[in-house]
Design a protein around this ligand. Structure first.
Ligand SMILES: Cc1ncc(COP(=O)(O)O)c(C=O)c1O
Length: 321
């Protein structure tokens, strides 16, 4: 795994406020050159990205995933037939998608690919025409996202612009240092129905901080993996089955420990358990309302995420509970 500092950023790297702003720029660059009729999104996706796409005149089409969040390629290919498309694939919770198979689709269909690495650390290799990262989710930053334009055909000169930090960004940043009271995840993420395309620049503090935090990637990875493995052994598999069965990839850099609650009751039970222990256990995602219910499986609806943040050792924390 490479260590990255701000000085290593190449001319294909752009920095913005969050994953949504990177996606916005990405779509702008693509649609200037390429007359896509549709954008394909995985059926498990957060509703926050929909308002970004709605800024453009393009049809949103969802494709199926297995319970383990793998792409159902047969069904996907039916949707790519005879249509210029943008294909967005997510590296869920830090695990790489099947990029070999996704890129093979380019030999058959007319597609431009976007790699949504919002859950990934930044030293991850890129696999698609565009890759974007949500730095603020993993590193101690108020805001920040990285867009990598891997297909030089789409690249444009980048001007590094900043904004003043917002109150919600400061409180998001403080979670790295202060343990706030865990609450029901459903009441979080307010105000995501709107996307302001003028508000896409990283705050001026994070532009400064970014230099240092990316260098700690390796250190963070070790703690995150330890926490991931702790949850894997600690949580009862009958109630909470791991989404990823065998992680042998030494480059795996988990965003959270994701699992599937075997019923809605177990899901509620473990969210309540988290609140009692002051550990944020979240159900994910909040699905966009435009998804057809029948594309979602019970597993998709019962995904729970346990934290693996580098700020705490889960083992130590639970020992004193
Ligand atoms: C898969 C995925 N992509 C994109 C985003 C948007 O990232 P951001 O919140 O940094 O805008 C999220 C947000 O949670 C996400 O889960």
């Amino acid at each position: 795994m490479k260590n990255i500092s701000i000085y290593d950023f190449d001319k294909n790297t752009h920095i913005y406020k969050n994953g949504r702003s990177s996606l916005y720029i990405c779509l702008k660059l693509i649609l200037k050159n390429y007359n896509a009729k549709q954008i394909l999104l995985p059926v498990v996706i957060c509703d926050e990205i929909i308002p970004v796409i709605k800024k453009f005149n393009i049809e949103i089409v969802f494709y199926n995933l297995t319970d383990n969040l793998e792409i159902d390629f047969d069904k996907l290919e039916e949707k790519l037939e005879n249509k210029k498309s943008i294909l967005l694939a997510v590296n869920f919770f830090g695990l790489k998608n099947n990029w070999k198979k996704i890129n093979d689709l380019k030999n058959v269909y007319d597609i431009v690919t976007i790699e949504d690495s919002a859950h990934c650390h930044v030293s991850e290799n890129e696999h698609a025409d565009f890759s974007f990262f949500s730095l603020r989710k993993i590193y101690p930053l108020l805001s920040g996202s990285m867009l990598k334009i891997n297909n030089s055909k789409y690249n444009r000169p980048f001007t590094y612009r900043t904004s003043l930090p917002k109150i919600e960004e400061v409180s998001y940043f403080l979670r790295n240092y202060i343990r706030l009271k865990a609450t029901y995840s459903k009441i979080k993420n307010k105000n995501t129905a709107i996307f302001n395309s003028k508000d896409i620049f990283i705050d001026c503090f994070s532009k400064y901080l970014i230099k240092g935090v990316l260098k700690d990637d390796k250190k963070y990875q070790e703690i995150r993996l330890n926490n991931y493995n702790y949850w894997l052994n600690y949580l009862p598999e009958k109630e909470l089955a791991p989404i990823f069965k065998n992680i042998n990839d030494r480059d795996f850099y988990p965003y959270v420990y994701p699992c599937i609650a075997s019923s809605r009751d177990y899901s509620e039970k473990w969210i309540r358990w988290g609140i009692e222990k002051n550990i944020t256990v979240m159900s994910w995602p909040k699905f966009p309302s435009i998804i057809h219910e029948d594309m979602l499986t019970d597993a998709h609806k019962n995904i729970l995420c346990f934290p693996v943040n580098q700020q705490m050792s889960v083992a130590e924390f639970l020992k004193y509970e």
